[in-house]
Design a protein around this ligand. Structure first.
Ligand code: NAD
Length: 303
């Protein structure tokens, strides 16, 4: 089979060589399309491939239409909102992600952002410590759970909200489960956001939740910008000079007027570690090799 590695933002070199080794070792051919600047390049590259490994690359209905032989797309990463699932499903194309492979990288960044904000973005002045503060985890999945455990290591009291995770799973980790989103935000000095972007969650984090946070409340978003109601966030930051927002996904609107109370990484970098690159890339390669060898669809997200 011909497998395309389509990465506008390329994998680390070690990940690429590992992916090739796995797939070529299983008898497949690997084609590379890295740092492409025009969607036309992607449309041309998918014309004769049976499988694709992507990162944040967009697999639209147009890409699907240009790939008549495509059987499987693996998003090397957790979120798959860059893939048109409906278009893939209509064509019987299996879509997978590689859950958990980059979670540690994202979790470490979330804690890093908390410290950065607590210390006035590393500029002179008196900051504060994480120890003793309440850390709220919104969505207790792969990343959220690791942030919770790291937060506990810093001596934070950790509370979490995730209606799809059993209370026992949080109990085992020594994390307090709260029953409503409202209770989560109103108690959290630091709120770490880990919900996926879905029709239900898009625009769901807005004024009421933010304005309910305790004095000095800091929202840290390493999830998706789409889940934020930016107007509501701006209103809360305007009204409350103590609130802060740090994000790994720059908002559409400008928040520069909030000075050191706002920070956005220059480019989404949660998963940008060599380790995460390698873990996610190799997992994607193994999943494709296994899919063609045995039909394994364990990580399929469009079942
Ligand atoms: P995951 O699938 O492991 O966990 C998601 C969790 O969200 C699940 O536990 C699920 O039960 C919960 N959830 C879903 N809908 C919810 C809702 N309405 N309310 C509360 N909880 C809800 O995903 P993950 O790997 O932990 O990733 C979390 C987020 O981080 C995703 O948005 C993902 O796209 C993003 N992410 C960002 C980067 C980055 O580079 N910044 C990298 C990886 C993941």
């Amino acid at each position: 089979m011909k497998i395309l590695l389509a990465t506008e933002k390329p994998f680390a070199a070690e990940a690429v060589s590992g992916i090739k080794k796995i797939l070529e070792g299983a008898g497949h051919e690997v084609a590379l399309l890295e740092k492409y600047s025009d969607v036309a390049q992607l449309l041309a590259a998918v014309a004769d491939v049976e499988a694709m490994i992507i990162r944040s690359d967009k697999v639209t209905a147009e890409v699907v239409a240009a790939a008549p032989k495509l059987k499987i797309v693996v998003r090397a990463g957790a979120g798959y909102d860059n893939v048109d699932l409906a278009a893939c499903t209509r064509r019987g194309i299996v879509v997978m992600n590689t859950p958990g492979q980059n979670s540690n990288a994202v979790a470490e960044l979330a804690l890093g952002l908390m410290i950065f904000m607590a210390r006035g973005q590393f500029t002179p002045g008196t900051g504060s410590e994480l120890k003793g503060k309440t850390l709220g985890i919104h969505a207790y999945g792969n990343v959220g759970r690791l942030v919770a455990l790291l937060g506990k290591g810093f001596g934070m009291h950790v509370v979490a909200f995730d209606p799809f995770v059993s209370p026992a799973a949080m109990d085992v980790d020594g994390v307090e489960r709260v029953k409503t989103i409202e209770a989560l935000y109103s108690r959290s000095n630091y709120l770490s956001l880990h919900i996926p972007a879905t029709t239900e969650t898009k625009g769901s984090i807005g004024y009421d939740l933010l304005a309910s946070m305790p004095n000095g409340g800091t929202l840290v978003n390493t999830a998706r910008k789409e889940v934020i109601d930016e107007q509501g966030l701006a209103k809360a930051l305007e009204e409350r000079a103590d609130l802060k927002y740090a994000t790994d996904i720059a908002p559409d609107a400008s928040f520069e007027q909030f000075g050191k109370r706002f920070f956005a990484t220059s480019k989404k970098m949660g998963a940008e570690t060599a380790e995460a690159n390698i873990n996610a890339g190799l997992a994607a390669a193994h999943q494709i090799a296994d899919f063609f060898a045995t039909g394994n669809t364990k990580f399929q997200v469009n079942k």
